[in-house]
Design a protein around this ligand. Structure first.
Ligand SMILES: [Zn+2]
Length: 437
């Protein structure tokens, strides 16, 4: 915490004109040309790199994420040798074979938190990824799945319904214990919420209520009684996990995928960042965070897994990977983090250090303007555009892309525009209205 406090004023000082940037600045790493390298570090802890970058504002570059990347999320339940409930069980051998298939297919298993960081634009992920989740908290997930996941070096997530943990009103002998969950937490396993009692969360459905003594009654709750119940399912389960394990819960897997706008709203208000269903689909950069589909893998439907792998195997096959280039390497003008005193700046970048550029491929986008007619001088490698329509915001983001040796490269940077100078320019550039024609 002390480190964060110490560096924050420094970053704020550098970015005072762009209030939303200190978070990304703290998270940005030395920019690399490999889209996969950013995923090797977990989380966004500010390291010594931030202090090193501090003296020059031009070195603070936002991570550029590959927006064409895709992720499939898998949902597993129990791992047992003898399948009795094929809807929720899988043999350890079949599970292990699937984990190996991901590796063989060139699909990178990433953590859910990396997926969410990518969707926020804070972190890059490889072009084709998978996230592995386990539902309901079975002890076979601790005893059988976890050692296998360690062997593969795969991160994963546990979606827990709190009454199903051993000792809870629904936690029997096959349930995971709080101690086992704490052990997983200590070893980097992500633990997230899956309600309190694992039931249809929509109002008007029959639900089962378990009294502390173990007596169960089926009933239909409506009005304030329903609201109280659903609050405990969505919010109470989150708080219990957070307090019992000392963690931050930001994901909610909806039991059976049955929810509605009201349930979504409760979850959003409770601070959940993402909600998950069981309707599998490849997750893209624009997939809505309140309904991320997962592929539920069942012993009697092996095709679901194969089809999911095929989905991202083919759908992203034609998309070119984008390599990120730090704006500082392009000697941009205005520099990243700089504040200019004109609403009509000249925007320039030198692409000569990127490599051989295909001249027709240079494209520049300017926030508020869109694609602009950039000129590119192959002799000097300079891409430039003189802004002709006043920039109206206090900050401006430039996205410059080009093709180099068949690969798309892209740089993003943001500069500030001093509001008073911009207003003055506005007044000067648009004189009192004159009647034309
Ligand atoms: Zn479940």
């Amino acid at each position: 915490m002390m480190i964060r406090f110490a560096i924050l004023p420094l970053i704020l000082a550098l970015n005072f004109s762009m209030c939303k940037r200190h978070e990304s600045a703290a998270n940005s790493q030395p920019v690399s040309s490999s889209p996969t390298s950013a995923t090797t570090t977990a989380g966004g802890s500010p390291g010594p790199g931030v202090a090193g970058a501090a003296p020059s504002p031009s070195k603070i570059t936002k991570t550029v994420v590959d927006q064409t990347a895709q992720t499939i999320i898998f949902c597993y339940h129990r791992l047992v040798d003898k399948i009795r409930y094929p809807g929720t069980e899988i043999t350890p051998a079949a599970f292990e074979a699937e984990m190996k298939q991901l590796k063989d297919a060139g699909i990178t298993v990433i953590s859910m938190q990396d997926l969410l960081a990518w969707k926020r634009g804070d972190k890059n992920i490889p072009p084709r990824c998978a996230v592995i989740t386990f539902d309901d908290g079975w002890k076979s997930q601790y005893e059988v799945a976890w050692p296998m996941m360690k062997k593969f070096g795969y991160p994963f997530l546990m979606f827990i319904y709190t009454e199903g943990v051993r000792g809870g009103s629904l936690g029997g002998g096959e349930a995971i214990t709080w101690e086992q969950l704490a052990d997983m937490r200590d070893n980097g396993v992500d633990i997230q919420a899956h309600s309190a009692t694992h039931q249809d969360l929509r109002e008007g459905h029959n639900i089962m209520l378990a009294a502390p003594g173990g007596k169960r009654t089926r009933t239909k709750l409506t009005g304030p009684q329903y609201e109280q119940w659903v609050q405990n399912e969505v919010v109470g389960s989150k708080q219990l996990l957070e307090q019992r394990l000392g963690i931050k819960v930001n994901c909610f897997a909806v039991p059976f995928g049955s929810y509605n706008e009201h349930v979504k709203e409760i979850a959003r208000n409770a601070g959940y960042e993402a909600m998950f269903t069981v309707y599998g689909q490849p997750i893209t950069f624009t997939s809505p965070l309140d309904s991320l589909g997962r592929y539920a893998i069942e012993a009697n439907k092996p095709k679901v897994f194969a089809d999911a792998v095929k989905m991202i195997g083919t759908s992203s096959g034609g998309a070119a990977a984008v390599a990120e280039v730090g704006a500082a390497n392009l000697s941009t003008q205005p520099a990243d983090g700089e504040t200019v005193h004109t609403a009509l700046p000249l925007i320039k970048a030198n692409l000569s250090r990127v490599g051989a550029i295909e001249p027709g491929s240079v494209q520049m986008r300017v926030s508020g303007l869109g694609v602009v007619p950039v000129s590119y001088d192959p002799k000097t490698g300079t891409a430039s555009y003189q802004v002709t329509q006043k920039l109206r915001e206090t900050s401006c983001t430039v996205i410059l892309s080009a093709k180099s040796e068949g690969k798309k490269v892209e740089a993003h940077w943001t500069f500030g525009i001093d509001a008073t100078a911009a207003a003055a320019a506005k007044a000067k550039a648009s004189p009192s209205p004159t009647v034309k024609k």
